[in-house]
Design a protein around this ligand. Structure first.
Ligand SMILES: [Ca+2]
Ligand SMILES: [Ca+2]
Ligand SMILES: [Ca+2]
Ligand SMILES: [Ca+2]
Length: 366
């Protein structure tokens, strides 16, 4: 029987690291206790780890004479004009720490893949003090270079962008874009002339708080792609949880001696949404009826994927949740799903613990 291998990628969870990382040429320092007596911490500030040429380990490899497999061609390709912005470097608030996505699509049907890069935002931009960062749509010039045409194409977004998925939801043969945001999402319909129109409100898929990694799939087999949108934290941008605000959930976290936000634990989650494609440009929210709403005590959804995990021809649904159990919903074939998260072993890790799941990757066995 054919089956899929599944991975949930565990990301930057708020784990407590209790041993110091050895710096270059020195013996490992003795383990240290957490500095804060609660929450999580990674110990005091430390010098960067460098290689034999005194380069930070993040700046290059350790084998100068080794072959170059990949060459960074970002600048020559014209892609370095894009600058991703997600809050400030201090990362005081959780909304500044996640995102953003990328979509590869041939939006103009010239046979060459183009690149859509989602951008984040800042508190200053959200309050109108500065121009918001814009997303980029890099048109492939067929010569190894790209040109940003986002403004002309009408896909700059200008909201606090989190992710993007590409799908031809209206079966007109042209790829469309669904961009998830903090705030209302965008459904950019491809107008076939190099431009897009945001039809999210009219289509009924705008939502309004914090949406993350969406997925498209025809779960009911009617020939039209349906849309699932996970929700992360129910975020109040005017009253963000932070150490300055004295929140219990945000008081005790630090990274290398610097106070940080604590992750989502203790915050209110945002429910998930399944939208059925009505075939007339509109969608109906069927989350509750289908059994995938995650509404009672919402988990922190970050990514999702429609995939047939049991090879019965019906698309099932995976949701990667941060610091909470993951979901595996098995498609029953009648418009509803069965929550098989725990029975399948997908909800928790081998030790029975929740993971900080950040993304999902699937592959066919070789
Ligand atoms: Ca193209
Ligand atoms: Ca389309
Ligand atoms: Ca469908
Ligand atoms: Ca299935």
């Amino acid at each position: 029987m054919r089956c899929f291998a599944l991975w949930v990628v565990a990301g930057s969870g708020m784990q407590s690291i209790k041993a110091q990382i050895p710096s270059n040429g020195k013996s490992p320092a003795p383990p240290v206790a957490d500095q804060t007596g609660g929450g999580s911490a990674s110990g005091p500030p430390r010098a960067p780890v460098t290689d034999a040429q005194h380069r930070p380990i993040t700046a290059g490899g350790f084998v100068p004479s080794g072959p170059s497999i990949f060459i960074d061609d970002t600048k020559q390709a014209g892609l370095s004009v894009f600058h991703h912005q997600m809050g400030t470097p201090q990362k005081k608030y959780i909304i500044e720490t996640i995102g953003s996505g990328v979509g590869l699509l041939d939006y103009d049907h010239d046979g060459w893949l183009d690149i859509y890069l989602v951008n984040g935002s800042t508190y200053d931009a959200m309050s109108g003090k500065t121009t918001p960062p814009y997303a980029a749509l890099f048109h492939n010039n067929h010569d190894g270079t790209f040109t940003d045409v986002a403004e002309k194409a009408g896909v700059t977004n200008g909201r606090w962008g989190i992710g993007v998925t590409v799908a031809d939801y209206d079966n007109d043969g042209w790829p469309d874009l669904y961009v998830t945001n903090f705030g209302k999402n965008r459904l950019y319909h491809n107008n076939h002339d190099g431009t897009f129109t945001d039809v999210a409100e009219k289509a009924g898929v705008a939502l309004g708080n914090w949406s993350t990694g969406s997925t498209w799939g025809d779960y009911d087999g009617d020939g039209r792609l349906d849309l699932f949108v996970p929700g992360y934290v129910h975020y109040d941008i005017a009253h963000p949880p932070s150490q300055d605000a004295g929140d219990v959930t945000s008081r005790f976290c630090s990274f290398r001696g610097v106070k940080t936000m604590c992750g989502p634990s203790g915050l209110k989650g945002e429910p998930d949404h399944l939208f059925h494609n009505n075939g007339d440009g509109t969608f109906t929210d069927v989350s509750e009826k289908a059994g995938v709403a995650d509404s009672k005590s919402p988990y922190f959804g970050l990514s999702s994927l429609f995939i047939d995990v049991n090879n019965d021809g019906k698309l099932d649904l995976l949701v990667a949740d941060d610091s909470t159990p993951n979901y595996l919903y098995v498609n029953k074939g009648d418009g509803t799903f069965e929550d098989d998260s725990y029975a399948s072993g997908y909800a928790l890790d081998a030790g029975g613990r929740e993971t900080a799941s950040m993304g999902i990757q699937t592959a066919l066995p070789q």
